[in-house]
Design a protein around this ligand. Structure first.
Ligand SMILES: Cc1ncc(COP(=O)(O)O)c(C=O)c1O
Length: 396
């Protein structure tokens, strides 16, 4: 028995205030940029949005970037631009946030879940091949926690079956795969700028693509699918007509100004995330039963999450006890994710049940995301380490 008793078993918590698992970093540069945009001629979608789009397109090395109001709406635009619809099947991962699968469900297509690789927790290309049918039209892999999926193997499957690929890179802006930025891959790649993500615009998302036709569709769908200058009406400048079922997913210049200021700090953010992860790796090297995220040789991920696996027997307690014990220490760990085939919506609409996808289910039982965000102080990192180590020691 240790004298450093965990709070869960009657000791004092390692800290008083709650430490969340993620969060934004805002400095005077961001504040000034937003205020400046507020004084501009446009406070809805204007020239700052265009500059933000150009910066992101340049960053990943593609021709087009289309900003949207969130990662979710950006994914929706992709499903529509790809032309998915009723009767179509779109293969995706169950170990993700619901919006990944909604690329299919929003368009009337069916999300076909396929198991993941245990190391990276991303779509298993062999399992994907087995799920292809004559109705399969698309693939939506997700770069879990920021680590790239097996991009080459998944693109091979897509090539063999003529599939449109929409990469959910909501976790992954700032990383690379085989030297190429995440975002450079065909057909479309989606980022999220929610405050817990690698950069933020409060709410916001973006699609990047090299495909001119897709970019045009994305822009039109984002803004009401309106023809603002139809042929034959040149002398009627007011004549604007709706061509299809579009949306208002326009972002504001205020958000874009925030996004530009955050992009200036992308390297700083990556550096801090890398440092914190390196610190955890070192601090937990001698702690049995806690498995740190893998990094494949051909990748340089910008980790959005530090998703570790707790192996109950070796660590001394299971994931549930770990999470509750950490919460009692005021460390706000989280689990990413309750697999989508466990959710009532996907069960009721598409007939999934909890006992499918054994790799996902096994990994899910062990997953916990430790706090990881640039604003964490060394003291915060130390609190997480101490909380984990004292829990492990208590059970040893
Ligand atoms: C993997 C993944 N995809 C999509 C989304 C949706 O992004 P947003 O919150 O910007 O709509 C999220 C956000 O939580 C996510 O984690």
């Amino acid at each position: 028995m240790t004298t450093d008793r965990p709070a869960h078993y009657g000791g004092d918590p390692v800290r008083e205030g709650v430490l969340g698992y993620g969060g934004q970093s805002i400095t005077d540069a961001e504040r000034e940029a937003v205020v400046e945009a507020l004084d501009g001629d446009y406070i809805t979608r204007g020239p700052t949005v265009e500059r933000f789009e150009e910066r992101v397109a340049d960053l990943v090395g593609v021709a087009h970037a289309v900003a949207a109001t969130s990662g979710t709406t950006a994914l929706h635009l992709c499903g529509r631009a790809a032309g998915f619809g009723a009767g179509d099947e779109v293969i995706t991962t169950p170990l993700t946030f619901a919006s990944t699968a909604h690329v299919a469900s929003y368009t009337g297509a069916t999300p076909v879940f396929t198991d993941v690789e245990p190391e990276t927790k991303t779509l298993d290309p062999d399992a994907v091949r087995e799920r292809i049918t004559k109705d399969t039209v698309g693939l939506v892999p997700m770069h879990y926690a920021g680590h790239p999926a097996d991009i080459e193997a998944l693109l091979d499957v897509a090539d063999d079956h003529d599939l449109t690929v929409i990469w959910d890179a909501c976790h992954a802006i700032g990383g690379t795969y085989r030297g190429d930025p995440i975002g450079a891959q065909r057909d479309m790649v989606v980022f999220s700028f929610h405050p817990v993500k690698n950069i933020t615009t409060a709410e916001g998302g973006m699609v990047v693509t090299d495909d001119d036709h897709l970019a045009e569709r994305l822009r039109s769908l984002r803004s009401f699918e309106m023809d603002y200058a139809p042929a034959g009406h040149e002398n009627e400048p007011w004549y604007q007509v709706t061509e299809g079922l579009g949306y208002n997913y326009n972002v504001t210049d205020l958000q874009a100004a925030l996004g530009l200021a955050q992009l200036d700090r992308l390297d700083e953010f990556k550096g801090r995330r890398d440092d914190i992860l390196a610190h955890y790796r070192e601090a937990f090297a001698d702690v049995s039963g806690i498995e740190m995220p893998v990094v494949h040789d051909d990748t340089d991920p910008m980790f959005h999450l530090c998703a570790v696996e707790i192996h109950a027997e070796a660590f001394g307690c299971d994931r549930q006890e770990f999470v509750n014990a950490m919460h009692d220490e005021n460390i706000g760990v989280q689990v990413h994710y309750v697999p989508l085939h466990h959710h009532p919506y996907f069960q009721d609409e598409f007939g999934y049940s909890e006992d499918e996808f054994p790799v996902t289910n096994e990994v899910y039982c062990r997953l916990v995301s430790l706090p990881l965000f640039p604003e964490m102080t060394d003291e915060d990192v130390g609190d997480v380490v101490r909380a984990v180590r004292r829990l492990h020691a208590y059970h040893s």
